[in-house]
Design a protein around this ligand. Structure first.
Ligand code: NAD
Length: 416
């Protein structure tokens, strides 16, 4: 999907929800328009002395519920349209979780894997400088996304601090613990996925305990979700990474996979007590719960009909295309949508920000308990809306998000 297609999907979703909620045309225009879009071009001197100019974007979609929040992506395929769509989804995600943020997203058209560490640092610091007119701990707070990590967040924090003349930890989240990061942030998204899987299972009269689970992607989100699923009594029968998947109907030991195989030569495919499957086959394995936690557009009209899971919990952003959604809905497969299921990351980012502003840090238990409470409350409000409007969970989650942002906009009024 091109960036334009992604933005079309986001706009179409909004239009449909606005019609269902009977929101008037004027308010729709406000919700559909990103508040600020900044495009920058900036040069970097490579280690070999050559100069390259990079293109970067920052989009703040909506500020009616608070400062904007959203990750920074380093990837060669990003563009303004995709960044805008992702910022819009962040607005609804924060509203569904009921945390006081609007949505934002940033990106640089670059493949970080082809750069040295020093070059990635230069791209990060120069990009931070170029878009510093938007960033601020009370204005716009970035976080990691595809291609960026805690080290990149540390450079952003340092660059912003150099500009201010004092340390501003609250300007970015997903930082290393030692620089004001939060306990529990690394595991937060996977943990939230499992909380929503537990809640979703109840709707289908199942339990996570004893359920057969398949996880696509064994990175931050997937590996945590798989390990917590196993800890909660589920049998994880299949997992995969970019190289392919493995399957054992009797169950895999995902802790062993994580500590002994993942990230090493050969990766998880070296695990002996399993048969190898392709990523396409993995999605169609016999299981109760499927957790896509890798890329977008994995479940499409081509494979939706072959999915055997009774429930899909979207760890990744946008893993299910709109036409696949329809097929799954007709089959009675419950899809717990991304803006609900993977919101654990932004919820603990919110906790990190609160701790940074207060300079007072919480214990991991406190973080995990507060996260679970927010995830369960969001889940309950989405289920209530789903029953009230007799719609899918995705539509219900979008309705909650859009409704909360609309209410905030109406209460604030339109300046001047
Ligand atoms: P990651 O880079 O840590 O892990 C991605 C995993 O997917 C890796 O195991 C990689 O090998 C695997 N992968 C790549 N291509 C694949 C393919 N074709 N088939 C199967 N697996 C493949 O990334 P992450 O942080 O775990 O993010 C995964 C997804 O979750 C992304 O869509 C991201 O936007 C979303 N997400 C992440 C967070 C977070 O806090 N990390 C929060 C919300 C949403």
């Amino acid at each position: 999907m091109s960036g334009k297609d992604v933005l079309d999907t986001a706009q179409k979703q909004l239009k449909e929800v606005v019609q269902k909620l009977d929101i008037d045309e004027g308010l729709y225009k406000i919700l559909a328009a990103p508040k600020r879009q900044l495009k920058v071009n900036f040069p970097i001197v490579f280690d070999n002395g050559e100069v390259e100019v990079f293109e970067g974007y920052r989009v703040q979609h909506n500020t009616s519920r608070g400062p904007t929040k959203g990750g920074i992506r380093f990837h060669p395929d990003v563009d303004m349209e995709e960044t805008t769509a992702l910022a819009m989804w962040m607005t609804w995600k924060c509203a569904v979780a009921n945390i006081p943020y609007g949505g934002a997203k940033g990106s640089v058209k670059v493949n970080p894997k082809r750069l040295s560490k020093r070059e990635v640092e230069k791209v990060t610091r120069r990009f931070t400088n170029e878009i510093s007119i938007l960033f601020g701990e009370r204005e716009d707070i970035p976080a990691p996304d595809v291609g960026t990590n805690a080290q990149v967040m540390a450079w952003i924090m340092d660059t912003a601090s150099m500009q201010k003349g004092h340390t501003v930890p609250g300007i970015v989240t997903g930082k290393p613990l030692i620089l004001g990061g939060s306990e529990g942030r690394v595991e937060a998204t996977g943990r939230g996925v499992i909380v929503t899987a537990e809640e979703g299972a109840k709707i289908h009269n199942m339990s996570l305990h004893g359920a057969k689970v398949v996880v696509q992607g064994f990175g931050n989100v997937g590996s945590v979700a798989a390990r917590l699923a196993q800890d909660n009594g589920a049998t994880v029968v299949g997992v995969s990474d970019a190289r392919g998947g493995i399957y054992n109907p009797k169950g895999l030991d995902v802790h062993e996979l994580y500590y002994k195989y993942s990230g090493r030569d050969g990766g998880i495919r070296n695990y002996k007590e399993a048969e190898q499957v392709s990523n396409e086959e993995l999605l169609e394995l016999d299981c109760d719960i499927l957790i896509p936690a890798a890329l977008s557009s994995q479940i499409t009209h081509k494979n939706a009909d072959k999915i055997k899971a009774r429930m899909i919990v979207e760890g990744a952003n946008g893993p299910t295309t709109p036409d696949a959604d329809k097929i799954l809905n007709d089959k009675g497969v419950l899809v717990v949508p991304d803006i609900l299921a993977n919101s654990g990351g932004v919820v603990v980012s919110y906790f990190e920000w609160v701790q940074d502003l207060a300079h007072f840090f919480w214990e991991e238990n406190e973080v995990n308990n507060k996260l679970a409470r927010i995830m369960r409350a969001s889940f309950a409000s989405v289920v209530e809306m789903m029953h009230e409007k007799d719609c899918s969970m995705r539509e219900a989650a979008l309705m909650i998000g859009v409704q909360r942002v609309t209410q905030a906009t109406v209460l604030r009024g339109i300046f001047p």
